[in-house]
Design a protein around this ligand. Structure first.
Ligand SMILES: [Cu+2]
Length: 188
């Protein structure tokens, strides 16, 4: 009589703790890149005037960084990033040598998590821009825009998300309390 009740009490406490843990697990809703222009892996003979990246949801405005790195290592992106709905766009200087270009991006998801990646495309014929026309990497022109300076400090959490340990500690406390209550009930 005594023992089943104790076990039942403990089981209830355990389930309550588990439910708390599961119920408070963060919702994973990072922004996801859905498409780009130029498309990933595409080849083009025409030098794009701009590159754009479309995500599955609007990103946090003000944090987007886009680079367009050529086969020579130069960054061909130009001017400020625009963020309209779920699409971010940046201008491109006249591209230079033919070869593989990488569109690098870093955005902050609506849920506050930074998301980054890169999209390769190939320029099949050399563009009008010599490497001299592009600002060297890290120059003020390449690093212009408030977003570049703001990202490291303002991006709230790392990809790891909110720490989980407070919830685990909370669940353990709840379980312990439940066990204590069950023991007291069992004794009375
Ligand atoms: Cu997220």
């Amino acid at each position: 009589m005594r023992r089943p009740r104790l076990v039942r009490g403990g089981a209830v406490a355990l389930l309550t703790g588990l439910a708390l843990l599961l119920g408070t697990a963060p919702a994973w809703a990072h922004s996801r890149l859905e498409s780009s222009d130029p498309a990933a892996g595409s080849s083009t003979a025409t030098v794009p005037q701009k590159v754009s990246l479309t995500f599955n949801e609007p990103v946090q405005p003000g944090f987007t960084v886009i680079t367009v790195i050529g086969p020579n290592g130069d960054d061909y992106h130009s001017g400020q990033v625009s963020e309209v709905d779920d699409t971010v766009t940046v201008g491109v200087l006249p591209l230079g040598p033919a070869g593989r270009y990488q569109i690098g991006y870093r955005v902050v998801s609506a849920d506050g998590h930074p998301v980054s990646g890169s999209v390769p495309f190939t320029l099949t014929t050399p563009g009008p821009g010599s490497s001299a026309a592009a600002p060297p990497r890290g120059s003020p022109a390449a690093a212009s825009g408030p977003s570049t300076a703001v990202v490291p400090t303002a991006a709230p959490a790392d990809d790891g998300g909110a720490p989980v340990w407070p919830w685990i500690v909370g669940a353990v406390v709840v379980v312990a309390l439940g066990m204590g209550a069950a023991l007291r009930l069992g004794r009375s």
